[in-house]
Design a protein around this ligand. Sequence first.
Ligand SMILES: *Cc1c(COP(=O)(O)O)cnc(C)c1O
Length: 490
Amino acid sequence: MYESTRGNLSGQSASQAIALGMVPSGGLFVPATFPTLDWQELRGLAYREVAKRVMMPYLTDFSESTLDEIISIYSEKTFDGPNPAPLVSVGNFGVLELWHGPTSAFKDMALQVLPDLLKVSLKQIDLDAEVLILVATSGDTGKAALEGFKNREGMHIVVFYPDGGVSHVQERQMTTTEGANTHVMAVKGNFDQCQAAVKKMFASESLKARLWEKRLVFSSANSINWGRLLPQIVYYFWAYLQAVEQGKVNPGAAVNVVVPTGNFGNLLAAYYAKRMGLPIAKIVCASNKNNVLANFFATGEYQSQRDFFQTISPSMDILVSSNFERFLYEMSGRNADSIKEWYNPKNQGSFKVDPLTLQNCQDVVYAGWADEEETLATIARSFKMYRYVFDPHTAVGVKVYEDYYAESRDQRFTIIASTASPFKFAPSVLIGLEGIPEKPRDEWQALEDLSRLTGWPIPSGLQSLDKKKARRVELYSAAGIEEALLKLFA
Ligand SMILES: *Cc1c(COP(=O)(O)O)cnc(C)c1O
């Protein structure tokens, strides 16, 4: 059963949690308890079998055969190769490549599954309506969600991205999506403003009423949806199993996990895996120049009223880290009153936690951040040392891990969650590898150049993207998207 982080709802089934996305009166759904799972029992299983064992205890209102069908997506057809998330040895750490799905970022790992989880959930709660998925994206979620939901019966998806806040490749990926039920809109402002505008629509009773007249209900594909988080727990078990298999860790020994972080969904999944009994020691939270989380772990003060920076790791350009609320819920000893107080809108996204909660946070997580220069230098250094190219998000993780290691001399085997293919951010990666070019490089040329330099093939989803037909995207002000949405479904 699922309950709200703010104490205003409990005893909800998985279907209800997934169908609703977030608690209607505010708060996020969390499992009432964490089932334990012995990783030893998973040895030798294929990814989808591991997925089944991890997800089943959380989906008590789903039948086994339904879940079997849902996770059959983790096949060679959807992910390139039989292993959807290979653990690759780089230097003395393991890189968990989470970007072998159709859109070359880790979001596919969950967004290929979410539409089916949602479809079944809606059926189970007997809702006689079609679903309207709204997504605010800093770049990667948008395309992964469009791919996951395109041409799904009874479902419509509208993706909102900050104008100029995503890379050309990301934008092009979104605007070339096929499917009669997919829509893309650009919004003036940065990602936080875009996300706030979308959240406002979710909360608008009048908008909900008007859409209900058309038999449409909202749902969310953002990582606040439990159906997004759950599939992400799986790959931490998978990573550990591979590390044991490869002889990198002694069976049962704890590993560290490094997560390039934005909305805190990926990191939270690692923490949930730990709670389920997976031997994880430290979780390293890596931020870019938008270092609100690193500051929090140092001081206990979450201060989101600050300058926003557009960086070369745009999917981490986030100041309001949505899933952090779920983490604080656990760290405060599930104190819904504290959560309600901290997240009271009158605080405008800034609050300070009590010393005990902060101590608990610091025990679980080491947090750090890397600026742009450090990120580029890490890409260059890693390529020189290991002939391995990190994308800018993962490079932030590598740098923060190096800082952690220098401070702690922690010898444990460490797994770095690699969140995107370097090809998705080729121009920035090439600046790291070769310096700033004399004239700005064309994004498409950059893909070819990176392929030539590394000998790595361009991921199939990014090939000939520049030649595909793109749809025209309208630009709206944050205040104007509600009307645009209504017009779309008039
Ligand atoms: C979304 C994303 C992140 C941040 O993940 P969260 O779960 O939001 O913390 C990091 N890197 C890449 C490439 C992403 O697409």
